[in-house]
Design a binder for this molecule. Structure first.
Ligand SMILES: NC(=O)C1=CN([C@@H]2O[C@H](COP(=O)(O)OP(=O)(O)OC[C@H]3O[C@@H](n4cnc5c(N)ncnc54)[C@H](OP(=O)(O)O)[C@@H]3O)[C@@H](O)[C@H]2O)[C@@H](O)CC1
Ligand SMILES: Nc1ncnc2c1ncn2[C@@H]1O[C@H](COP(=O)(O)OP(=O)(O)O)[C@@H](O)[C@H]1O
Ligand SMILES: [K+]
Length: 481
């Protein structure tokens, strides 16, 4: 599991640790890790040209100390000092001793140095940055982006909000980010995460002083431990039956895709309820189909309701019946609009809502653009307002449930933004719910496998090919399956 902590938490841990160590120890640990990372990114240091963009805080200090190490190993280093009289004194002295030169931030000289650099170290601001970059810093960030140099962000790309992933103005666009002590939420959540590049964590010893995280991301081993695996004495009912209420005369394909996802999620059987039965059976003959209402369909351990459902009376009634059941329910697409909000809040069994940004905006009476620019705040707000587990889809998928750290899905690709891909995710996640995973685990594991399938399916792909790829990525996560 990867964990991410807010600035306040990182600072508190850092204070405790620093009080037990000689002054400057943490900065030297950070600088040593940073210099090593830069050396390997440049495939050596001798005769490489490095430009440091150094702000006046400790972030600039880290960058200057690291650059001094690179200069001692033969790199030619130029530091552009944003406020020369406030530059980190120790870092600056170290760089000068190592033969590095400094420039004030006058555009012409700085731009020229940047244009000739192999590597640019962004030490403008770190976790002490507030608001969008100031004009002088913003100019340097743009010049760095337009250069051919490899841009390495120190702790984080300057200009991003470390706690939320918001980008309030101009930001540095990094090829790599070397972060210290712990991940920060903003490094893992879009739009900021788009500017992070390859992310590397340098351990500076904060671990023992960190409380529960703000955000966490599953890795292969975590997912493998959660995947349902049939044991000797099981049967199809004990493995769980998932009911899928999806599709309509107009959108029978949504039924097929949701069932396709559900068949790959580990439940022992998939029961389909709705007008798409013929199409479903034609593609997946193993599906148990019923044409009546969900309440007459027989027992299931979890429901998926919504993909391609339409919005007629029958659809509304089906949503109400499913929400009235005492088993976990995943609510997607049309059902997010049709569901009675109080009925969701009153449920005692788990409820998973899977909106994309537009649907999330409608559920919160907010603007879609605001949801996309501040995903973390909005997913938490949704989980709170609906007393449900919420999986917010999009370029970064987040899973929130009150009382737990938010989960960020680390897999995925923009190729997933293809029609019907969300239907596959609903079916898959509902199947994991029926197999007995908790709402939060089912949503996180569903998003993880869906994202991996997106990465492994030859592109460009359609949603049905994504569903077909799930067994392969399941085995790649859990090779002994
Ligand atoms: N925590 C840890 O464990 C460790 C932390 N370490 C390092 O310390 C870093 C934090 O250092 P920090 O606290 O000195 O703040 P930092 O990020 O350098 O920024 C402050 C400066 O930025 C300026 N500034 C602010 N906003 C701005 C804007 N929008 N646009 C432009 N400028 C802006 C502001 O200027 P002022 O307002 O004072 O004029 C001030 O000078 C952290 O990220 C990590 O790298 C490591 O050494 C080891 C262990
Ligand atoms: N830019 C993106 N990067 C990564 N994943 C994306 C991106 N855009 C969408 N996705 C993913 O693609 C899927 C689309 O689902 P959804 O919006 O419900 O589409 P549909 O209704 O057509 O099935 C979701 O899993 C979402 O997280
Ligand atoms: K930085």
């Amino acid at each position: 599991m990867r964990h991410a902590y807010t600035v306040e938490t990182v600072r508190a841990a850092e204070r405790t640790l620093m009080s037990r160590l000689p002054p400057g120890t943490l900065m030297q640990r950070a600088a040593a890790g940073l210099a090593a990372a830069c050396g390997s990114l440049m495939h050596g240091t001798y005769s490489r040209r490095v430009v440091v963009l150094a702000g006046s805080g400790d972030n600039g200090g880290d960058a200057l100390y690291a650059a001094a190490r690179l200069a001692r190993r033969g790199a030619g280093v130029t530091a552009v000092l944003l406020t020369p009289d406030k530059a980190h004194p120790g870092g600056l002295a170290a760089l000068r001793r190592a033969g590095g030169r400094t420039l004030p931030p006058e555009p012409e000289a700085a731009d020229q140095a940047i244009a000739q650099a192999h590597l640019i170290l962004d030490g403008i601001v770190g976790i002490g940055g507030r608001g969008g970059l100031r004009p002088q810093a913003a100019h340097l960030a743009r010049t760095a982006r337009e250069s051919r140099a490899t841009v390495v962000a120190v702790d984080l790309p300057s200009g991003i909000d470390p706690d939320t992933g918001e980008t309030p103005g101009e930001t540095v666009h990094a090829d790599a980010t070397v972060t210290f002590g712990s991940y920060k939420p903003g490094l893992l959540i879009d739009p900021a995460a788009e500017h992070v590049g390859a992310l590397r964590l340098i351990d500076i010893g904060l671990g023992p002083y960190l409380p529960p995280p703000e955000l966490e991301a599953l890795q292969h081993a975590d997912v493998a431990a959660l995947l349902p695996t049939p044991v000797g004495e099981t049967d199809k009912y004990r493995r769980g039956v998932v009911g899928v209420v999806a599709g309509s005369e107009r959108y029978p394909g949504a039924a097929v895709l949701a069932v396709g996802g559900a068949l790959r999620g580990g439940a022992g059987a998939v029961r389909y309820v709705g007008p798409g039965a013929e199409a479903v059976i034609a593609r997946y003959p193993e599906t148990l189909v019923t044409s009546g209402p969900p309440s007459k369909a027989g027992r299931v351990q979890a429901w998926v309701v919504g993909p391609g459902l339409g919005d007629d009376r029958a659809a509304r009634q089906a949503v109400a019946e499913v929400l009235g059941s005492d088993v976990p329910v995943l609510v997607d697409a049309d059902a997010l609009r049709l569901a009675d909000r109080d009925q969701i809040r009153r449920r005692t069994a788990a409820t998973v809502l899977t909106p994309h940004a537009g649907e999330a905006a409608a559920l919160l009476s907010a603007d879609r653009a605001d949801v996309e620019s501040a995903r973390l705040a909005h997913v938490k707000q949704l989980a709170e307002a609906y007393q449900a587990t919420v999986l917010l889809k999009g370029s970064t998928t987040l899973i929130a449930q009150r009382g737990h750290p938010v989960r960020v899905n680390p897999t995925g690709t923009a190729w997933l933004s293809t029609a019907g891909s969300g239907d596959v995710l609903s079916g898959l996640t509902g199947s994991l719910l029926a197999a007995g995973l908790t709402a939060r685990d089912a949503a996180s594991v569903g998003a993880y496998l869906h994202g991996l399938a997106g990465r492994e399916t030859p592109v460009p792909f359609g949603a049905h090919e994504l569903a077909d790829r799930i067994p392969q990525v399941w085995r790649s996560v859990h090779p002994r399956t």
